[in-house]
Design a binder for this molecule. Structure first.
Ligand code: ZN
Ligand code: ZN
Length: 187
């Protein structure tokens, strides 16, 4: 199957971040195509006023409605703070081996931790979380290697420590799933 990755801004997302993600994901998931779609609206029912956060499932549901082909992997990107039941917050969520996933940039901004804005760090963190969630959508589970992108980030320090790439073991699974003849450039 010829998979295709679609970046879907949910609400307002800087064009620059979308373009950088498109380029980074294009390298990591080569030779899959990565495109940017029109933005969709923030699902109104997602907001939880008590927590002042947004329930990620409502975002996944909004994305599921857009899926038009089994071969498409939709990655939603929101700047809002996401949570899911049982967790204080999440950097992202995916349906394992499904067609949709989401990342939140809310806690990826250095400003969230009282640090000055740094575009490089912000883009790097966003890339790692995007690759991680897309990895889940290609059926990958969490990896015990703390430098592998599939390592579970419980804290921003986990995100900063891991790389944006798959370890050898995870990479071989991705290659099997996407295209057995692919030449990984970004190993
Ligand atoms: Zn995960
Ligand atoms: Zn791994």
């Amino acid at each position: 199957m010829e998979f295709h990755i679609v970046l879907v801004p949910i609400g307002e997302i800087e064009k620059k971040l979308l373009e950088k993600l498109q380029a980074e994901l294009g390298l990591i998931f080569y030779p899959l195509q990565v495109t940017i779609s029109e933005a969709i609206q923030i699902p109104k029912q997602a907001y939880n006023s008590e927590r002042q956060q947004y329930h990620s499932q409502a975002f996944l549901n909004a994305l599921i409605k857009r899926v038009n082909a089994k071969s498409s992997k939709f990655l939603g990107i929101t700047s809002l703070d996401l949570f899911t039941n049982g967790l204080n917050f999440i950097f992202g969520q995916a349906i394992i081996d499904g067609n949709v996933c989401i990342i939140s940039t809310h806690r990826l901004r250095p400003g969230f931790y009282g640090q000055p804005y740094d575009e490089k760090i912000f883009v790097e963190r966003s890339t790692k979380e995007a690759v991680h969630e897309l990895g889940h959508s290609f059926a990958l589970k969490h990896c015990s290697n703390p430098h592998c992108v599939m390592y579970f980030s419980n804290h921003i320090l986990d995100t900063d420590r891991k790389s944006k790439n798959f370890c050898e073991k995870c990479l071989s699974q991705i290659i099997k799933k996407t295209n057995p003849y692919r030449e990984p450039i970004n190993k």
